[in-house]
Design a binder for this molecule. Structure first.
Ligand code: ADP
Length: 297
């Protein structure tokens, strides 16, 4: 089988806003990341692929079917949107049972799957809690489990880790990677560069409702690091004369050397120089590059 998801010249507008301005993309098995700033069109794209929105023009094919029209496509695709769609008054397990039954899955199978999924995300202990009583992060975990309960071939996730701490987010990442390795297609929308570059994935950069050409992770870093400030922290104090000669030096303060860089290569140059001068580098921090700057405005 070729591409699991194929979109052609997809256009979707809301009144005067063009959310998608003609997107053509194909996504296969494995991880696919859609990255772009707020308002870029990520949610709208996922909703069109998930069959929730009918595009104004253009077409979407999921497993060869039109997801807006064909139920069978929708059965094999799951969408986790920013609306978690859980019933507040039902327990976590009852929520999962409810959604599982909609797919015609038997209760014992639902229970088995729910347990496995919740355990993977460290949320099994909340099984009998009402959804209303859960923290936002735990709700998000349960919603992810709900989206996976039907064992979909294609899973679409819109900022699935927005409310999770780093450890929980990593659990989600690992679970989805496992899913992708099984030959399914994961389409994951994020506005966070660190998250986008976390995966070995096909990257789709979206801005103003349009996709850039498919780009590699290195290119994305090069684009977004342009003009960034980077702090290199050292274990030993660096002599001011040595510090000043660091490539791309901006300023120094105690054990921190500040650089202004235009890409990851500049960071490498600076670190190589400092190590050559007998400096112990302990960390490199950058303010996460502003994704708004992608694709040149
Ligand atoms: P993202 O998910 O990348 O933040 P969205 O797909 O949510 O972007 O939105 C793309 C554009 O479409 C934005 O300008 C947004 O305001 C607009 N938009 C999205 N959904 C609606 C809607 N239901 N009604 C009106 N405007 C919308």
């Amino acid at each position: 089988m070729g591409d699991l998801v194929f979109a052609s010249k997809l256009v979707k507008s809301f009144k005067n806003t063009v959310a998608l301005g003609g997107i053509t993309m194909s996504a296969g098995r494995g991880m696919n990341i859609v990255v772009g700033p707020n308002g870029a069109g990520k949610s709208t794209l996922l909703r069109c692929i998930g069959g929730l929105y009918r595009p104004d023009s253009g077409s979407v094919r999921v497993l060869g079917m039109d997801p807006y029209i064909e139920d069978d496509a929708r059965r094999r695709v799951s969408l986790l949107s920013d609306n978690y769609a859980l019933y507040d008054r039902l327990s976590v397990m009852d929520n999962l049972r409810f959604f599982g039954r909609l797919y015609g899955i038997g209760d014992s199978e639902i229970r088995k799957r729910s347990k496995t999924l919740l355990e993977k995300l460290g949320a099994y202990e909340y099984s009998e809690r009402k959804a209303a009583e859960l923290s936002r992060g735990t709700k998000q975990k349960v919603a992810i489990c709900r989206a996976l309960i039907n064992n979909p071939d294609i899973i679409l996730l819109d900022e699935p880790t927005a409310f999770l701490d780093a450890v929980s987010a990593e659990k989600v990442h690992l679970m989805l990677e496992g899913f992708a390795k099984e030959g399914r297609s994961v389409i994951y929308a994020t506005q966070r560069l660190n998250e986008a570059t976390r995966f070995d994935a096909a990257l789709f950069v979206i801005k103003n409702g349009r996709l850039s050409n498919q780009i590699r992770t290195e290119d994305l870093y090069d684009e977004t690091l342009k003009g960034s400030m980077v702090n290199i922290r050292t274990a030993n104090r660096v002599d001011a004369r040595i510090a000043k000669k660091t490539p791309h030096f901006d300023s120094a303060n105690g054990r921190t050397i500040k650089l202004r860089v235009d890409g990851y290569r500049d960071i490498n140059d600076a670190v190589s120089y400092l190590i050559g001068e007998g400096t112990y580098v302990v960390s490199i921090d950058y303010t996460e590059p502003v994704i708004e700057g992608m694709l040149g405005g």
